[in-house]
Write a protein that binds this ligand. Structure first.
Ligand SMILES: [Zn+2]
Ligand SMILES: [Zn+2]
Length: 344
């Protein structure tokens, strides 16, 4: 079985390649991809990466075409979303109930999810009904937002500030409100540009009360004008450069959950450790690997507690993909999230 998929590097250098998927193994399933979301990681590859071409896409939904002999959890014809990184279920951490610490992770083997077909270990598949394929492709990034909120252990009525107004930040802000936060703020940039303004508008639509336009001076001063003691929880989905500012926003005894990544030296930032120590601030690293919350994400999308239509602003087929990505990277279109439909 051959698949066609997308690979990319800078600058918006996209190659559509045909490759052999091989036979479906006993524990594997073959999925016809119907929708595949463009992640910030994909955008980073297409903007910055001068390595080899990277496989693009890991936020996909589709239909099971074929299953191996030992597969029991899905059948041909099932609609599924794909966990890009699943827990193994058999390592010591999994078996002792610390599934989020599983390091024996199962993934898609480095093949692109922006493809006509995807072959994967069936343990990565989660069946769904009652959602469009496009909406279902938001399951993975929404599950990251849920993970951020889950790991932040937000007390009922707490104040929360989320750094970053990209899809993950917006999902995290929405999930913080759903989980009982009393007041949520978001820190973004470019409020005067159509691109930035759209994101702040979406944040407001989701119920976020406080909008902070970040800059070189940070926002902790502005946050403390509203929350004089600082906020109970800070969730960082923006690059690490904002972490010192995020810590300055946090109240005594609060928690700062850090999801945002950078590479190439930008992951190293100076920190005032005394601030962390004297203020008893819990700084927590969060990564949604293995995936833990796909079923909850599907529930939220189905009930429209998280409305897919607000997030999915742009659609494209293989043709037109490059120009769509250029428009997003160069902020010519006020997009939140782009969805590729390989069959279009
Ligand atoms: Zn992603
Ligand atoms: Zn495991």
């Amino acid at each position: 079985m051959k698949a066609t998929g997308l690979f990319g590097r800078k600058y918006v250098n996209v190659e559509k390649r045909e490759y052999e998927l091989g036979a479906v193994g006993p524990n594997e399933a073959l999925v016809e991809v119907k929708a595949s979301g463009v992640c910030g990681t994909d955008l980073n590859f297409l903007r910055d990466s001068d390595d080899d071409f990277h496989p693009l896409g890991h936020e996909l939904s589709g239909v099971v075409l074929e299953t191996g002999d030992c597969v029991k959890n899905v059948r041909p014809g099932d609609k599924v979303v794909v966990e890009d990184v699943a827990a193994c279920g058999t390592c010591r951490d999994c078996q002792e109930g610390r599934i989020s610490l599983c390091r024996n992770l199962i993934d898609g083997g480095g093949r692109p999810g922006m493809a006509t077909h995807y072959k994967v270990d069936s343990r990565c598949l989660v069946p769904f009904e009652g959602l469009s394929f496009e909406a279902a492709s938001l399951t993975e990034p929404l599950a990251v937002g849920i993970t951020a909120v889950h790991e932040s252990e937000i007390p009922f009525g707490a104040s929360v500030v989320v750094f970053g107004h990209g899809p993950i930040g917006l999902f995290a802000a929405r999930c913080a409100l759903l989980s009982g936060a009393g007041s949520v703020g978001i820190v973004g940039t470019g409020r005067e540009t159509p691109f930035g303004r759209k994101r702040f508008e979406v944040a407001e639509e989701l119920g976020v009360k406080h909008l902070f336009d970040g800059g070189p001076d940070g926002v902790s001063g502005k946050v403390r004008e509203i929350f004089s003691d600082g906020v109970d929880r800070v969730i960082v989905t923006a690059p690490p450069v904002v972490v010192p500012d995020a810590i300055d926003c946090c109240r005594f005894g609060g928690r700062v959950s850090v999801l945002g990544l950078s590479f190439g030296g930008r992951e190293t930032v100076p920190l005032n450790v005394n601030r962390i120590v004297f203020n008893k601030i819990d700084v927590k690293g969060v990564i949604a690997e293995p995936a833990m919350h796909f079923r909850r994400a599907i529930d939220l999308l189905k009930s429209k507690a998280v409305d897919a239509g607000i997030f999915q602003t742009d659609f494209t087929g293989f043709d037109g993909f490059d120009s769509k990505i250029r428009d997003v990277l160069e902020m010519r279109t006020p997009s939140i999230k782009v969805c590729l439909r390989p069959g279009e």
